[in-house]
Write a new protein. Structure first.
Length: 147
């Protein structure tokens, strides 16, 4: 969840807590349990709100940008992809292997102010940046009452 209101930071923190609990319980914003379970890892993500956009930074080092899928449907942004595993020869004396390979899967519900038609993404040095512009603010309009 990016943000439902701009004025209540506790609401945002509560939503993030619920999102984390859903992920830990194996269900993420409409994802099926098999989709989340099939994911080998989840990239770390930073989300920030700017005056004119929401910006998501996802750490995906070692992932070919062509292997990243970004979809927007029904107010939900889905990020999925795969980091290929390295070929390890039996000759090496590995003492520790921590780098995860395989598929990843993340979903984020966007606020109503997001402009889904203008989302852009770029990949630089292992970081995927997704820019989600905000819709232009609609100014209040006075409506004349006819008699």
């Amino acid at each position: 969840m990016l943000a439902r209101t701009q004025s209540d930071p506790s609401s945002l923190m509560n939503q993030w807590r619920r999102d984390i609990e859903r992920v830990l319980n194996g269900v993420e914003d409409g994802a099926t349990r098999s989709e989340v379970t099939a994911a080998a890892w989840a990239p770390a993500v930073d989300i920030r709100e700017e005056d004119d956009a929401y910006v998501v930074h996802a750490d995906v080092p070692g992932v070919d940008p062509k292997a990243i899928e970004l979809d927007m449907e029904n107010g939900v942004l889905t990020l999925r992809g795969e980091r290929k595993s390295e070929v390890r020869e039996d000759k090496g004396n590995y003492h520790r292997i921590e780098r995860v390979s395989g598929t990843f899967y993340r979903r984020f519900t966007l606020p109503d102010t997001a402009d889904a038609e203008s989302i852009s993404a770029k990949y630089t040095n292992g970081v995927l940046e997704v820019r989600i512009p905000k819709q232009e603010k609609v100014l209040p309009r006075r409506i004349e009452v006819q008699t």
